[in-house]
Design a protein around this ligand. Structure first.
Ligand code: FAD
Ligand code: EPU
Length: 337
């Protein structure tokens, strides 16, 4: 295993923040984690990095960055309806989606083009276009730093929620996810009801959907809406869409009649944070190289040389103005280091 010192993380995070790690080790096999655990020459502070598409790096990292490169895709079981596939946590998520589609395994086609690694997918229970990854996760396997062993975490133990899981709470910084086992469907349940998927399929001239066509539609919609991190630094939605009480929503509607909402339960609705931020006048805002994307107010961007601190300060100002105008607390989705 190679351990490097004083490495720039700029190529390894989609915001393109140029911060340095004291130590950096690419991890290609789970066994290397046992070696790292007992290596007294390394600092105790560990940062687990996948594709770097959901982190905001605000300062140099004094510790060891463990860059997940564990590969491999293996079909482990199947029956008439399902196939179980174990995937190395360092596989690129979108590549796995394409692999599943090529094998006619359904269930993740709506999650095409989400950046990052397979191992990070359970952390915030990635979701898009009406599907969340928790629907197809059977088991997450991870190296537990304190127990010094690989442990399985079955779906029911992962406390999955909207952009949330046990790995952001009780197990935060305690586990390095090494693989994920998915239960995919041999018989697809097409989910085309969300957003513009139907419309996009029609535009593509497709009347009979297939998992490949749905992925193509999702890719087309995402490419038109979200900035490509290769062109403009960003980490997708910077904040979560807040859930508020129906009473609070009804009160807000008296002052802001066009405020959108999505039902969550009898008591709660979700309000799009992008709308709230746009109403506060932030859409297209730019201060130096830190800004708010001109097409999607929920996406904060680095136009070139913004620092993580500048993006953090911008996010703080957005939080304050949304709170002052709507009395709603936004929560950051992006992990801040
Ligand atoms: P990283 O950014 O490297 O890490 C994120 C967090 O997970 C960190 O705290 C890290 O320590 C931890 N982590 C990563 N790997 C492991 C591991 N193996 N073990 C333990 N901890 C680990 N997300 C959505 O849900 N839906 C979307 O539609 C979506 N669209 C996006 C669009 C764009 C343009 C971008 C840039 C991001 C988008 N995201 C979206 C966010 C992001 O793609 C996901 O959160 C993704 O799962 C992050 O993967 P990553 O490998 O880049 O994680
Ligand atoms: N809106 C505005 N102005 C904006 C942006 C959005 O008014 O500038 C309003 C519109 O009313 C729009 C609504 O917000 O109809 C929803 O916007 P969009 O469909 O773009 O979705 P989103 O809520 O901004 C969420 C996820 C995305 C996911 C898409 C599609 C969160 C925090 N974000 O975005 O996930 O791809 O839906 O399912 O839940 C991510 O997590 O990083 C991410 C990109």
């Amino acid at each position: 295993m190679q351990i490097l010192q004083n490495i720039s993380l700029k190529p390894f995070n989609t915001f393109g923040m140029d911060v340095y790690a004291d130590y950096y080790a690419p991890i290609t096999r789970p066994e290397e984690l046992a070696t790292i655990t007992v290596d007294a020459s390394l600092p105790a502070k560990r940062f687990v990095l996948g594709g770097g598409s959901n982190v905001l790096l605000t300062h140099n990292l004094h510790g060891v960055v463990l860059h997940n490169k564990i590969k491999g895709i293996e079909k482990v079981k199947e029956n008439a309806d399902h196939v179980w596939v174990t995937v190395g946590a360092g596989e690129v998520w979108h590549d796995f989606v394409m692999y599943a589609i090529a094998n006619y395994w359904a269930g993740i086609e709506n999650l095409a083009l989400i950046p990052g690694t397979v191992g990070a997918a359970p952390i915030q229970n990635i979701g898009a276009y009406g599907v969340e990854v928790k629907e197809v996760i059977d088991c997450v396997t991870g190296w537990h730093w304190e127990m010094k062993q690989l442990l399985p975490f079955y779906n029911s133990e992962c406390a999955f929620g909207y952009r949330d899981s046990i790995f952001k709470h009780q197990l935060k910084d305690k586990v390095f996810i090494t693989s994920v086992t998915f239960r995919l469907n041999k018989k697809p349940n097409y989910n085309t009801s969300y957003g513009a998927i139907e419309q996009e399929l029609q535009k593509m001239g497709i009347n009979e959907p297939s998992i490949a066509a749905i992925a193509d539609a999702v890719i087309a919609i995402r490419s038109s809406k979200l900035p490509n991190p290769r062109e403009i630094g960003n980490a997708g939605s910077f904040f979560k869409n807040p859930t508020i009480l129906v009473e609070q929503y009804n009160t807000l509607k008296e002052t802001f009649p066009t405020i959108p909402s999505y039902p969550v339960s009898e008591e709660n609705v979700k309000v799009p944070a992008g709308w709230l931020i746009e109403q506060c006048g932030w859409k297209g805002f730019r201060a130096g190289d830190a800004g708010v994307h001109e097409k999607q107010a929920l996406v904060l961007v680095n136009y070139g040389h913004a620092t993580g601190g500048a993006v953090w300060d911008l996010s703080d100002n957005i939080l304050k103005t949304v709170h002052d105008k709507f009395h709603i607390e936004l929560e950051r989705e992006v992990q801040v280091w």
